[in-house]
Every structure is written in C-alpha cells, then in structure tokens.
Design a binder for this molecule. Structure first.
Ligand code: GMT
Length: 375
C-alpha cells in the first residue's frame, strides 16, 4: 500500500509511534510518505520506501496566526495526486484529522477517493481536544474519519465519555521495537553516571504540568534520604526551571543529572534501576513501556492507560495521582533488596514483550485493508 502518515515530528509519544509505525510498515513492503512540518526526530533513514514531504507555511504579515491546517490540507492533496497515496493515517486529532478531511473532500471533487484513519493519542482528547474551543471540530473530524483507533482501552472510554461519537473506535495499543532495547550495545556507561553503590532513578518527559515533575523531585528527595541514589532527568519543557530551583533548595542538585532532549534514551535506560512517571493523566505512557523494554521497573500513577502497561506488583507499582508517599514506599521496596530488584527488572522486560511491534503493526495493516475495501 502507499500510505501517507501525518504526525507531529517532535519527541512526543504520538510522533514517535507514528514514525516507528511508518518505518516498520516500510520494512513490510509498503511505501510510506511522512507529511509534516519537520523531519520526524526518530526518522533517521530515508529510503526507497520512506519519503518525507515538508509542509511549509509562508509567513504573511496579515495573518496573526499562520494557517497550518490549510497548508497541510493543500500539501496532502498535492502529495496524494503526485505519489498516488491510497490511504492517509493521521496521528493526533488536532489539527491533523480536520486537515485530512478537508483534503479528502477536495480530492473527491476530482474523483480521487482517499480514506482517512485517525489515531487518537491522549491529550488531543483528554486535555486539548475536549476544550470548548476545539470540541466541535474534534468531534466532527473523529466522526468523519473512515476508521478511528485509540492507543488504549482507557482512551477509548475517555473519547466516548467526552465526545458525541457515532463512529466505531478500535483499540490498537502502542508498541515497541524490542530489539532496540535488548541491551545489545556494549557501551552502557553506568560508571560515568553513578557510584557502584548508588541506584539510578530516571524520568523522561516533556516537563509539562500534566507530568507532575515536582512529584518526581519529591519522590527522589525521599528515596535518596534512605539509600544512595542519582536522578537522571531527561527532557525540556516549561517546568524545567522550577525543577532546577527546587533541587537547589533541597540541596540535591549534585545528585540530579539534567540531559535535555535526547534521541538516545535507550542508552540512559540501559543503566537505570527505576523509572518514575507520576503523571496527572496518561493515555498510554509510551515512555513507561520503553523503560520496561529496557528492564527498568516503573513507579507510576494509576491514571488513564497506565494500568494497561505497568502491571502493579509485577513490572512496578501504581499509586493514586499525587500520592508521593506511596510512590516512595514502593520505590524503596523495589530498590532496597537486590534480588527483588532483579525480579522486578526481569518482570518489566517480560510485560513489555506483550507490546512487540511485530504483533501490533499487522493490526494497523488490517485496518487499512478493511478501510480501503469499503471505499
Ligand atoms: O504529553 C505527552 O506525553 C505527549 C503526547 C503526544 O501526543 O505526543 O503523548 C500522548 O501520546 C503518547 C503516544 O500514544 C502516549 O503514550 C501518552 O500517554 C500520551 N500523553 C498523555 O496522554 C498525557
């Protein structure tokens, strides 16, 4: 199939999933066209089967807001015509599903039929999309998609609860390329980051309020009072400065390593002992799955889709949002006994195997085929 993939090209989970999906589909013989405003960060390889088409929005002084969805829908029309793209798979409803619908309508005028598959990822439903500013447009574009998927059961329930949905929603969970996280590389540089007796705790996110990064600091502060530990803090975002200030106030700045954005999180996860994800809401928690695939147990909140990924008492523990005492207790339980830590690490990897991309990508292929056959 010739498949157009629309996504955010950033470090965010939806862009990562869309990119990994496109790359795997290309290995399975499909022709993939990424259509977005930058080359997706995990798209290292452009090949015969993988193409990238940039959407540019020329600056015009009259426009207070530059019309990205207009530029995107025009680009989609052009690329479908030029490359014979048969199906469009858009990741994140806003504004991608809306722009794709406009493109579909324009193409219909010329007798070209291109169905749209929309994958909802989380904040497009739970935070941004359900805001009255966007809700009518998001409801419309979900209902007008030819197929709709969510990345967890929990997100499907949220979508049905928050919007008036007439369309069928299929759950296709996020996935992971386990081979990438099998510690095959030999340069796991634990010694550079911590002493042998120190435990390494890791957090990775976009440092937005929804990630509750202050809870990460509170939990780490309590852990390091009990056992020697270091915190690896990966990501950039609006809460970073506050986090740095708080670490300084608590006198733990020398125990926290700030990495900024990283394209090599597998290299950090390879030497991590525990992962913290105390988010306010999380439709899936791809980063928790990435940690688990690296054999890193997860201490997380029990919100959204996290209980579908992080299995309480096996790959880690779940606590109520904001319950930093319970999260600390669980973290110390895992870290304070070497044999127990080993068991949790093995379990984390085992639970991650359920999300192997080889099992999940064919589900998208089946959806494409089904959608095309109805067209
Ligand atoms: O806020 C983020 O974590 C980024 C956001 C995105 O759209 O890129 O992530 C959402 O999609 C990911 C991939 O499906 C999910 O793993 C994340 O749980 C989800 N984030 C939230 O629901 C907050």
């Amino acid at each position: 199939m010739k498949i157009g993939i629309v996504c955010y090209p950033t470090f965010g989970g939806s862009g990562v999933v869309a990119t990994e999906l496109g790359l795997e589909l290309s290995k399975r013989g499909h022709e993939i066209h990424f259509i977005t405003y930058n080359q997706p960060v995990r798209l290292e390889l452009i090949s015969n089967n993988v193409h990238y088409h940039e959407v540019t929005v020329p600056e015009y002084p009259l426009f207070h807001y530059q019309p990205y969805e207009l530029a995107l829908s025009s680009k989609l029309v052009d690329m479908v015509k030029l490359h014979g793209i048969e199906i469009l798979h858009v990741h994140y409803a806003i504004p991608h599903a809306y722009a794709a619908y406009m493109a579909k309508k324009m193409l219909q005028e010329e007798g070209i039929l291109v169905p749209i598959v929309t994958t909802l990822h989380g904040t497009d439903i739970t935070l941004v999309g359900s805001h009255p500013f966007y809700k009518p447009a998001v409801t419309f574009s979900i209902n007008k998609s030819d197929a709709v998927t969510t990345v967890s059961k929990s997100l499907k329930e949220d979508t049905l609860r928050l919007f008036d949905i007439k369309n069928k929603i299929s759950v296709v969970s996020n996935f992971i390329d386990l081979e990438k996280y099998n510690h095959a590389f030999t340069d796991c540089q634990r010694g550079m980051m911590a002493q042998d007796n120190e435990k390494i705790i890791t957090h990775i996110s976009n440092l937005r309020p929804v990630k509750r990064v202050q809870d990460v600091i509170s939990i780490f502060y309590k852990i390091q009072k009990e056992i020697p530990a270091k915190l690896m803090f990966i990501g950039e975002g609006p809460e970073k400065e506050q986090v740095e200030l708080r670490c300084q106030e608590l006198g733990i700045l020398n125990k926290v390593v700030f990495f900024g954005k990283s394209n090599e999180i597998d290299k950090i996860l390879c030497f991590s002992d525990l992962f913290l994800l105390p988010s306010q809401t999380e439709s899936f928690g791809l980063v928790a799955l990435e940690a688990m695939a690296s054999g890193v147990p997860v201490i997380s909140s029990n919100t959204g889709g996290l209980p579908e990924v992080n299995i309480h008492g096996s790959s880690g523990f779940l606590s109520d949002v904001g319950d930093v005492d319970d999260m600390t207790k669980n973290a110390l339980y895992i870290l304070s006994d070497e044999d127990r830590l080993k068991t949790f690490k093995a379990n984390a990897r085992k639970e991650a195997l359920k999300f192997d991309l080889h099992a999940i990508v064919p589900k998208y292929e089946a959806i494409y085929q089904d959608t095309l056959s109805k067209c």
